[in-house]
Design a protein around this ligand. Structure first.
Ligand code: HMG
Ligand code: MG
Length: 302
């Protein structure tokens, strides 16, 4: 029998850092990604090419990518996608050496307007334009759907809306769509309800789980999703992060917690837990914030 395994998409340098108020030095961001690249991770989302006025923390995207060029251009086992909201972001990312991007669309109107200043329909048109250009440039695209369970402004999200946006992203050319519980409010009951409907029309291998851990539900939601067929999960070292446009939302599931749980379940991640724990301790110290990973904090003192 083939060993059971999952793919982890590390989003700390992007989703994690975007919510840190004090500007993190560019060299620290580059060092974080360099260290993560030695742990066995195969995908590290590295920065954003969004408006610097909207997310000042990631205004140094060009410098971060330039600083990583030696790794990006020589590594054929690790990809370093960057988040882009429009064609301008795509062009800037490519100009600075990106080979893969991630686009993002909300399943709900309120968050779409607050996050990217347009409606869901308009954002899908933008994504189509980005996808067309990315194809010409030979750049891979991953997609995100935000607010899969609830929107901080509009309340609960209907599964049918999440499915519609997911299908639109796949049709536009995304190789995979990551389902984002942006505010981390979902529980296993909501995961089951959504995936029961979603998996009737979208294959599990086209989906990933992106669970923020605001209410401590993320690891349970991963296990439920795994049991229902998903094999790719996003996480953030030290549980860094949140979204500046979803007030109160905490960081993603911590990478240390995800690797720890998977190892205990006999599911391979290819990621070295001890090394990620050390990176989680280091970056928390650099940022002067508590380590949000339960496993990370526990293992760091052993
Ligand atoms: P806008 O103000 O409507 O844009 O913002 P605009 O087209 O009118 O342009 C305004 C200015 O921004 C112009 O500059 C543009 O050139 C510039 P000015 O003429 O004023 O000097 N601009 C850009 N600059 C750099 N890079 C760009 C870019 N685009 C325009 N790509 C926009 C619209 C989409 C740009 C803005 O709302 C934005 O950047 N939003 C990004 C917000 C964001 O990054 N949110 C967090 C990420 S999403 C997330 O965390 C959820 C996720 O993790 C999944 C989950 O958890 O659910 C992915
Ligand atoms: Mg997120």
């Amino acid at each position: 029998m083939a060993p059971r395994s999952v793919k982890i998409v590390e989003v700390g340098p992007r989703d994690g850092l975007q919510n840190i108020k004090n500007i993190v030095p560019t060299h620290t961001k580059i060092e974080l990604i360099r260290r993560l690249a030695k742990t066995g991770l195969s995908v590290i989302e590295s920065t954003s090419f969004v408006s610097p006025k909207w997310v000042p923390q990631l205004a140094d995207g060009p410098q971060v990518l330039t600083g990583l060029q030696a790794i990006i251009s020589t590594s054929d086992t690790i990809s370093f996608p960057v988040l882009v909201p429009n064609v301008k972001g795509l062009e800037l990312a490519c100009h600075n050496g990106a080979k893969e991007i991630a686009v993002f669309v909300s399943a709900s109107e309120g968050f779409s307007r607050k996050n990217i200043n347009c409606s869901v329909e308009e954002s899908l048109v933008r994504v189509q334009a980005v996808a067309t250009k990315a194809r010409i440039l030979g750049v891979k695209i991953r997609g995100y759907v935000s607010c899969i369970f609830a929107d901080p402004y509009d309340g609960p999200t209907k599964p049918s809306q999440v499915i519609k946006v997911t299908q639109a992203l796949l049709q536009a050319g995304c190789y995979e769509v990551s389902l984002g519980d942006t505010t981390g409010v979902g529980t296993v009951a909501e995961v089951e309800l959504l995936l029961n409907e979603m998996l009737k029309v979208v294959p599990a291998d086209k989906l990933a789980g992106h669970f923020h851990d605001t209410y401590g539900q993320a690891i349970a939601n991963v296990i439920k999703s795994y049991d229902m067929g998903l094999r790719t999960f996003d996480s953030s070292v030290a549980g860094l992060g949140g979204c500046p446009f979803a007030k109160g939302a905490k960081g993603n599931l911590a990478t240390e917690d995800l690797v720890y749980t998977m190892e205990k379940l006999g599911i391979q991640t290819g990621v070295n837990l001890g090394q990620v724990v050390a990176i989680g301790s280091w970056i928390s110290q650099e940022l002067g914030i508590p380590n949000s990973s339960r496993a990370g904090a526990a293992l760091a003192v052993h």
